[in-house]
Design a protein around this ligand. Structure first.
Ligand code: NAD
Length: 253
C-alpha cells in the first residue's frame, strides 16, 4: 500500500511500530541528505559528479589512490559538519525504547553512532569513512594523519609502514563485503517482525537483498523513500515522502 499523504503514513507507521516487538531499521544515504551529505543517486547526487573508484583500480594505481583521497578530503567539510538528522534521532529513540536491537546501514557517515546508538549495534555493511585502515596489516589510521602526509607529499596517498595501502574503512565496489556485518544483518532481518527500509534506492547488492529476506521470513516491510524502488510492490507500506518529516513524530527526546 502506498500511503496517500504524510498524515496517513505517519498514523499507519505509528500503529505498526506500536504493534511490533522487534524492529530492524535498514538505512541508506537518504537518511543523511538533510544532514548535508549528498546521496549517490538523487539528481545532483555524488554519482552524477564522480563515478565511484572500484577496489581493483584503487589497488592497481597510485593515481587512483591519490584521486580517491583527494575526493575524500574534498567531502570532509560535509562529513565533519554533519550532525544526526531527524531520522537518526527517531531511530535512536526507538533503540532506547528497547524495540530496535540494532540498525543495519549502508551508510558510511557514522551518524547513527553519533545519534547515541552503541557502535556495536550499528551494523555497517559498507564500512565507515570517518577513519582509515591499512589494507595490508589492518592498522587503523585517523584521517588527519593521512591528510597531513597527503598534503606534505604533493597530494600523493601515503602507504603504511608495512607497505600496505591506506584506504578509508569503507567497502568499495569490487571489495569483499564484511562477513561479520553481513551475517549479523541476515540474523536481524530473519528475526524481526517489522523491517523499515529508509532512504535507500535498493539497487546496491547484496545489501538490497535484506528487505525481501525480512519479508519472506514474515516481517512487515515498510519502505520510506522519496522515489519509488523496485521493491515497493513487495512492501506492506510504502511512503514516498521526506524521511525527516515521516520520522520526526518518533523522536522521544
Ligand atoms: P542512493 O543514493 O542510491 O539512494 C538514496 C535514496 O534516498 C534515493 O532513492 C533518494 O530518492 C532517497 N532520498 C534522498 N534524500 C531523501 C529524503 N530526505 N527523504 C526521502 N528519501 C530521500 O543511496 P543508497 O541506497 O544508500 O546506496 C548508495 C551507496 O552509497 C550506499 O551503499 C552507501 O554506502 C553510499 N553512500 C553513503 C552515504 C552516507 O553515508 N551518507 C552518502 C552517499 C553514498
Amino acid at each position: 500500500m502506498i500511503a496517500s499523504d504524510l498524515d496517513t503514513a505517519v498514523a499507519r507507521l505509528q500503529e505498526l511500530v506500536a504493534g511490533a516487538r522487534r524492529i530492524v531499521p535498514f538505512t541508506g544515504a537518504g537518511i543523511s541528505t538533510e544532514c548535508g551529505i549528498p546521496d549517490f543517486r538523487s539528481p545532483g547526487g555524488l554519482w552524477s559528479r564522480n563515478q565511484p573508484i572500484a577496489f581493483e583500480d584503487f589497488l592497481a594505481s597510485q593515481d587512483m589512490r591519490d584521486e580517491s583521497w583527494r575526493r575524500r578530503f574534498a567531502m570532509e567539510e560535509h562529513f565533519a559538519a554533519a550532525k544526526p538528522g531527524r531520522g537518526h534521532r527517531a531511530l535512536a529513540s526507538l533503540y532506547r525504547s528497547g524495540k530496535v536491537p540494532a540498525v543495519v546501514t549502508q551508510n558510511i557517515d557514522n551518524l547513527h553512532q553519533a545519534s547515541g546508538i552503541a557502535p556495536a549495534d550499528v551494523v555497517e555493511l559498507h564500512g565507515n569513512t570517518t577513519y582509515a585502515v591499512c589494507l595490508g596489516c589492518a592498522r587503523r589510521y585517523e584521517l588527519a594523519w593521512v591528510r597531513e602526509r597527503f598534503e606534505a607529499n604533493g597530494h600523493h596517498a601515503p602507504d603504511c609502514a608495512c607497505g600496505g595501502h591506506i584506504k578509508t574503512a569503507t567497502i568499495s565496489f569490487g571489495q569483499a563485503m564484511p562477513a561479520d556485518a553481513m551475517q549479523r544483518a541476515e540474523e536481524l532481518a530473519r528475526a524481526c517482525d517489522l523491517f523499515l527500509a529508509i532512504g535507500s534506492s535498493l539497487v546496491v547488492w547484496p545489501a538490497a537483498g535484506f528487505p525481501l529476506m525480512a519479508k519472506r521470513n514474515g516481517a512487515v516491510l515498510v519502505i520510506i523513500n522519496r522515489e519509488p524502488t523496485e521493491f515497493d510492490e513487495a512492501a506492506d507500506l510504502v511512503v514516498h515522502a521526506d524521511i525527516g518529516a515521516v520520522l520526526a513524530p518518533f523522536i522521544a527526546d
